[in-house]
Design a protein around this ligand. Structure first.
Ligand code: BTN
Length: 246
């Protein structure tokens, strides 16, 4: 069960690193959750740092060991996490959407960042460290790019209340990974995908262009239709070119 063991830390470099160290010393079980008040070297996507005001937000990493999940289905873990966060935020009266691949937005402002670090064993996923930062009570985020539950709703929520709700969703949705119910996961993901099927300005390595997201493929590449061409993109190959790009 996810969350049977929760380790709470005042201060750590990165909760993802903390899990990695426990794995090294063979001292961690599936479902263990690490929660920190403060990270001194929080890691973001693409080598960025993740800063979160101490004690105001969720800063957590969860260790999962799928019993049998092929490497080719790796992206479904990202989908699973995104959907679990999405459902959690809906419980707090928000209308979130998923920005491909795994940011969660309210309107066009980022409320959650996810960093999934997988470890492979031949063709299967041996374990995964899921790092999640959810802005809960912080009020002084850069208001163009970021937001928090409190900034959106004016409500203060204890970190633990939001964390337990997240753990509950992670447990409820885990069956879709163990049952390999990928069709369901993908449908939910597309239904909540930001700018899905909408004309949008993107930039790829060649130029700026208008197109629309029509799908994702089995390895999580974004499928965009431009005119009568269909193109697939990896993370580093495409940018959403909006005024308030995050
Ligand atoms: C992003 O860039 O959007 C991803 C941010 C992920 C941040 C979380 S906070 C808890 C966990 N520990 C880390 O060092 N990073 C992740």
């Amino acid at each position: 069960m996810i969350g049977k063991k929760i380790i709470q830390l005042e201060n750590v470099d990165s909760t993802n690193n903390y899990v990695a160290n426990l794995i090294q010393s063979n001292n961690i079980e599936h479902g263990t959750v690490i929660l920190a008040d403060e990270q001194t070297a929080g890691k973001g996507q693409r080598g960025n740092t993740w800063y979160s005001k101490p004690g105001e937000n969720i800063v957590t990493s969860i260790y999962l060991r799928p019993e049998k999940l092929s490497v080719i289905h790796q992206f479904y873990l990202t989908i699973y996490v995104s959907i679990s966060i999405l459902k959690t935020l809906k419980k707090f009266d928000l209308s979130p959407s998923i920005k491909w691949p795994n940011d969660i937005l309210i309107g066009s402002k980022k409320i959650t960042g996810v960093l999934v670090e997988t470890h492979l064993n031949k063709s299967n996923i041996e374990h995964v460290i899921i790092g999640i930062g959810i802005n809960v009570n912080q009020m002084d985020l850069n208001t163009i790019n970021g937001t928090s539950i409190r900034m959106e709703t004016n409500e203060f929520n204890p970190i633990y209340t939001v964390l337990l709700s997240l753990i509950n969703e992670l447990n409820l949705n885990w069956k879709h990974i163990t049952n390999e119910n990928f069709t369901f996961l993908k449908k939910e993901y597309l239904n909540n995908l930001w700018l899905y099927q909408q004309e949008t300005i993107f930039t790829d390595n060649q130029s700026e262009f208008t197109g629309k997201i029509i799908d994702i493929d089995e390895i999580g590449r974004l499928i965009i239709q431009k005119g009568n061409q269909i193109q697939k993109y990896n993370l580093k190959e495409i940018k959403f070119n909006l005024r308030n790009e995050i």
